[in-house]
Design a protein around this ligand. Sequence first.
Ligand code: ATP
Ligand code: MG
Length: 326
Amino acid sequence: MKLLHIENLTVEFDTLTGPVRVLDRVSLRMEQGEVLGIVGESGSGKSIFALAIMGLLSPKARFTADYMNVNGQDLMKLTKEQRQSYLAQNVSIIFQDPQNSLNPCFTIGFQLMETLSMHGISGRRNKKLRAIQLLESVGIANPESRLKSYPHQLSGGMNQRIMIAIAIAAEPKLLIADEPTTALDVTIQSQILQLLLDLNRHTETGLMLITHDFALLSETAQRVCVMYSGQIQENAPTRRILAQPKHPYTQALLHSIPHIGERHAQGERLFSLRGSIPPVDHLPVGCRLGPRCPRAAKECVRAPRLENIHGHGLVRCHFPLDGEET
Ligand SMILES: Nc1ncnc2c1ncn2[C@@H]1O[C@H](COP(=O)(O)OP(=O)(O)OP(=O)(O)O)[C@@H](O)[C@H]1O
Ligand SMILES: [Mg+2]
């Protein structure tokens, strides 16, 4: 059974200048226990996609999909309340910034135990024991005393571990991690990533890892889905993409990975394409990468479809790379 099967998910917002489509017919499948990477520049629609799955889009957003099947249940067939309760049992999300995700007014213990209550664990003693176990499992030392701490008393890395503990308290089938390490120190980043991967390995939780950093996915994700301007551009097994990216955008993302030993100022753009991602209210005609693409030709004014390339995966390009250009 598929863990996730989404068909033609589209999200639009009403703006002062009219409706804008920020996600355009996104279709995606994920197997049970798989690690799937979603990668793309800032503004490509990665977070909107995650929020749409979780039903956390602002009320101003309009979203449609042929279906959104999560662990065997089509979310589109549920009422808002049913959907919320189904998602709470099956999917958890962790965000980039743990300080903003935790409630500063409550202790870590309270927030963890609240989540456990929502998932049917009753009795203060039971909840406390489970909370301690969870903190241990995410590598927090002295878990019992940490239960009494408030988020501001802990480091960013510790708070992110606590967010992960809260996320896994529900024993989700799918964990969505939206830039889970970006706000953290480099040394802590790899520890948190390792924690997520251990969790995936030991509990068969499917992990959707959202990032703008291809390097992070190259050794962790079984499959990578490349997004640009609200559309999937390439979706294929990681080893095939690394061996031979087919989409010029994927190739540019791969070229922008800094080589080991080179130092780059934080936030410095390493991107090898000219220009920047188009604003959602000024999308180019035809291929959305067209104005930036070194391979663009006359045909690219016609929007390319996402098509299957035999032995590779899905690619949205009239002129996919064939190997000599990489
Ligand atoms: N409420 C909104 N109204 C209109 N447009 C929006 C709204 N929220 C997001 N967008 C637009 O949707 C697009 C996708 O945003 P999203 O946050 O998903 O990007 P992202 O890929 O997660 O980027 P980042 O890497 O910076 O997190 C952006 O162009 C953004 O401006
Ligand atoms: Mg985002």
